[in-house]
Design a binder for this molecule. Structure first.
Ligand SMILES: [Zn+2]
Length: 107
């Protein structure tokens, strides 16, 4: 290998290195963006348990009894746990922090 060839190879390696550094930089920017979005979306940390509850709350509507028992109901008028939806729905009147989750609806 001549000096010229080695020099050419070194130049190519430097260019390649610069290319990868740029790629790393771009990837780091994307990761930082995702990290920031996660922090906004999950201020108390990402936990699978929280996601499962989010999904349940998105999928079902609340059916809250007078004493605060919190069931999840589907649009066909059935609770997840199978308890009948008798009486009024107090979801509008009882805030989430005062309800008691039905263990069968929220499992
Ligand atoms: Zn229930």
């Amino acid at each position: 290998m001549t000096d010229n060839e080695i020099e050419k190879l070194l130049k190519e390696l430097k260019e390649l290195n610069a290319h990868f550094e740029l790629q790393n930089f771009e990837a780091k920017k994307v990761l930082d963006k995702i990290e920031n979005e996660m922090k906004v979306e999950f201020p108390s940390g990402f936990k699978m348990k929280n996601i499962e509850k989010e999904i349940l709350l998105e999928t079902y509507r609340p059916w809250v009894k007078k004493l605060g028992q919190w069931h999840l109901a589907s649009d066909d008028g059935k609770t997840r746990c199978g308890k009948p939806m008798l009486g009024n729905n107090y979801a509008k009147y009882i805030p989430e922090n005062e309800r008691v989750e039905c263990p069968d609806c929220f499992k």
